[in-house]
Write a protein that binds this ligand. Structure first.
Ligand code: PGA
Length: 261
C-alpha cells in the first residue's frame, strides 16, 4: 500500500532544544499509523539529535537542502553522504531556495542526482509564481522545472522521486490553491513524467501539495486521486494542527482503502 506522505518543513525555525521538545510532544500525540508516513524536516543542526530521538516507524527525517558535491572545499555546505543515516529524504528546489538563493534548474538537477546516488529520497519542489500564473505560464513553468530537475535521473531511479507541487503564491500567504488548481498541476506533472519515463513511472512517483495547508483545507487535497500527501510549512510548527492533519490523513486513507475492498 502506498502510504500518505505528510512532510513538515520547519524551515529556519526551532533550535535543537526546541526541535527535540517538539518531537517529544508530537510523538506522545501521534500513534504509528501503517497508512501514513510522517516526515519532519528540521534545520540541519537538529538532524543528528532527532535521528537518535525518533522511532523510525513513527517519524522519518528530511534535510531541507544539500550541496551537489560529495566532499571538498565548499565552506558552509552539507553533502549528501553526511546526511546518510540521519535523514531519509532531502527537500530540493524549494521556492525559497530558488527565489532567495537563486538556485537554477541546473543546480537542482545536480542535487537530485547526488541525493539519489547516496540512497536518499529527493522531494523535488516545483511551482509557478503569481505572475507566471497570471500570464498563463503554469504548463511551461512546470514542464521546465520537471524536465530540468529530472534531467539526469534514470528510469530505474525515477520511481523513488517525490514531487511537491508548491505554487509560490500559496506558500506562507494563506492563499492556498483550490482543488481545481491542484488537479490541473497534477495532470501536467503526471503527464510530463509519463512522456519522459512511461506509465509505470507516472504511477510510482509520489506527488505532494504544499502551500498554506492547514487543518481545514488539508483533506481537499488528500481526497484527490493521484495526490499522495502534503508538504506543510507553518502548520507543521503548530502541534495541534499538525497532529490533527496526520489523524485526518490516516482516517481518509483508511476510508479509501475500505471502499476499495
Ligand atoms: P506553508 O509552507 O505551509 O507555510 O505555506 C509550505 C512550504 O514552504 O513548504
Amino acid at each position: 500500500m502506498n502510504k500518505t506522505l505528510i512532510v513538515g518543513n520547519w524551515k529556519m525555525n526551532l533550535n535543537v532544544h526546541q526541535a527535540s521538545l517538539y518531537v517529544h510532544e508530537l510523538s506522545e500525540k501521534t500513534p504509528v499509523h501503517n497508512n501514513v508516513e510522517v516526515v519532519l524536516a528540521p534545520n540541519a543542526l537538529a538532524l543528528q539529535t532527532l535521528s537518535l530521538q525518533v522511532r523510525r516507524r513513527q517519524f522519518r527525517l528530511a534535510a531541507q537542502n544539500v550541496y551537489h558535491r560529495d566532499e571538498g572545499a565548499f565552506t558552509g555546505e552539507i553533502a549528501a553522504p553526511m546526511l546518510k543515516g540521519l535523514a531519509q529524504y532531502v527537500i530540493i528546489g524549494h521556492s525559497e531556495r530558488r527565489h532567495i538563493f537563486h538556485e537554477s534548474d541546473k543546480d537542482i538537477r545536480a542535487k537530485v542526482q547526488t541525493v539519489l546516488r547516496n540512497g536518499l529520497i529527493p522531494i523535488l519542489c516545483v511551482g509557478e509564481t503569481a505572475s507566471e500564473r497570471a500570464n498563463n505560464e503554469i504548463k511551461h513553468v512546470l514542464h521546465d522545472q520537471i524536465v530540468g530537475g529530472l534531467a539526469n535521473v534514470s528510469s530505474e531511479e525515477v520511481g523513488k522521486v517525490v514531487i511537491a507541487y508548491e505554487p509560490v503564491w500559496a506558500i506562507g500567504t494563506g492563499k492556498n490553491a483550490i482543488s481545481h488548481d491542484l488537479e490541473k498541476a497534477r495532470d501536467i506533472i503526471r503527464h510530463q513524467i509519463r512522456s519522459l519515463y512511461g506509465e509505470s513511472a507516472e504511477k510510482a512517483v509520489r506527488l505532494l501539495y504544499g502551500g498554506s495547508v492547514n487543518t481545514d483545507n488539508a483533506m481537499d487535497y488528500l481526497d484527490l486521486p493521484g495526490v499522495n500527501g502534503l508538504l506543510i510549512g507553518g502548520a507543521s510548527l503548530k502541534l495541534e494542527q499538525f497532529v490533527s492533519i496526520i489523524k485526518k490523513a490516516h482516517e481518509l486513507k483508511k476510508k479509501t482503502e475500505l471502499q476499495r475492498v
